[in-house]
Unconditional design. Structure first.
Length: 324
């Protein structure tokens, strides 16, 4: 399951905000209408397939073509219907089809004009609270009340809820940056929705896995001064133990202790975060910890199973603690 930005509602909303940059190209507008349940001014779903055919037949490319060419196409279809009606043997089906095409052209022309007016109104706004309110109204105008859609897929419903949550949070940005515009709105929405990954499966689990590893070329000593895990020294060093007496520190030279102090966080049996960072106040506020986030369900399952086995193992070589 990909990020929320890949779902139909947020993808269409962001696409609408980008239309002015490309002069309202026909292929982009038709792609948006075909990719989501967009509604017209009457609240009904727009006839995306019919409008695609009409705009192509009218020769619309971008910009002013929506007004000029769709208007001219509608006039031409009505004239053709009138000529057919005045003929000796008028064909009712052909007349109805030409009048229907003219009506569809007028509806599409009005729909695009309404979109342009709406986006131009948003372009005149200059603060985050205003833009957040405009986005909420625009989302409802495009898709209606999503909560009333009984047959809406669960993922799309969650995506719509996420968009509403993110947009409502944008109003608070006014305290940080008082000036904003549609470009900032589009970029911020895109970043927030791209980082929002929907959950699947169970909640996240964390595993702190401490494994004490024997370095290559080293052998374990008989000393247990440092407790378990055990100490290691170079093979053949002749020392009875690897720790200097009394100091509690490692001496420079040939001896030292190594370990693999790894933590794994499993998320929804899909993601694995591998890091050496400690989850403490000191570590989070005073240290810089690095990690790797891996999106691989098979790896997540294997590592989680290994951690669970280590938890029940009596061996002192590894310790595992699993928390919900």
């Amino acid at each position: 399951m990909g990020p929320v930005i890949e779902r139909a509602f947020p993808r269409t909303l962001l696409g609408l905000l980008a239309l002015p940059d490309h002069r309202w190209r026909r292929d982009e507008i038709m792609g948006l209408l075909a990719g989501a349940p967009v509604r017209g001014a009457d609240g009904q779903l727009v006839p995306a397939s019919r409008w695609e055919r009409i705009s192509r037949a009218a020769g619309v490319v971008a910009g002013g073509d929506w007004e000029a060419r769709l208007g001219g196409y509608a006039v031409a279809r009505r004239l053709a219907a009138a000529r057919e009606l005045a003929s000796e043997a008028p064909r009712e089906g052909l007349i109805a089809r030409r009048e229907h095409d003219a009506q569809a052209a007028d509806e599409l022309r009005g729909f695009v004009a309404g979109l342009r007016d709406r986006v131009e109104a948003g372009a005149g706004l200059s603060s985050w609270p205003e833009l957040a309110g405009w986005t909420t109204v625009t989302f409802r105008a495009l898709f209606g009340d999503v909560g009333d859609e009984a047959r809406l897929p669960e993922r799309e419903a969650r995506a719509a809820d996420t968009v509403a949550r993110v947009v409502s949070g944008l109003a608070g940005l006014g305290a940080v940056e008082p000036v904003a515009d549609l470009t900032a709105l589009r970029l911020t929405l895109g970043l927030e929705l791209a980082d929002d990954l929907p959950r699947q499966g169970s909640s996240a689990r964390a595993c702190w896995w401490l494994r004490w590893a024997r370095p290559s070329g080293w052998t374990r000593t008989s000393s247990s001064r440092w407790g378990s895990p055990r100490n290691w020294c170079r093979a053949g060093c002749g020392r009875t133990r690897c720790c200097p007496s009394g100091s509690g520190r490692w001496r420079r030279g040939s001896w030292h202790r190594t370990r693999n102090h790894s933590k794994f966080i499993f998320i929804d049996h899909r993601f694995v975060l591998v890091t050496s960072a400690n989850f403490s106040w000191t570590a989070e506020n005073g240290h810089l910890g690095l990690g790797v986030l891996i999106d691989n369900a098979n790896l997540a399952e294997a590592v989680e199973q290994r951690c669970a086995e280590s938890k029940t193992s009596s061996s002192n070589e590894s310790k595992c603690q699993v928390k919900p």
